[in-house]
Design a protein around this ligand. Sequence first.
Ligand SMILES: [Zn+2]
Ligand SMILES: [Zn+2]
Ligand SMILES: [Zn+2]
Length: 102
Amino acid sequence: MPKRVCPFDFDFFPQQKIHVSEKEVNSGVLMKNHMKQPVVINTCQSCRQPVDNSPDKCSFCDKMVCGLCGSSCMKCCEVYCRCCSLPDFSSTEESCICIGCA
Ligand SMILES: [Zn+2]
Ligand SMILES: [Zn+2]
Ligand SMILES: [Zn+2]
């Protein structure tokens, strides 16, 4: 059985180079849910900034500290506030050591 040749040859149409550039803009609607949290607003007791997501507590003085003020001791890996931790100068990286381990 011979192959069927398409009766509509490509010569029928003028050859055009059509560059189709599809720019599909995904118009996603950002629905920002303003989740109303309970009345409790945690405040960093070091810099007084509100801490909205899981504040750390200093393991020494039990102060609530934000991510900037709290630093974990390189020895015991507990979170301490700035008052209760000392910057470790022996390391080139930014690390802290608590006053209990220092
Ligand atoms: Zn803070
Ligand atoms: Zn502390
Ligand atoms: Zn420590």
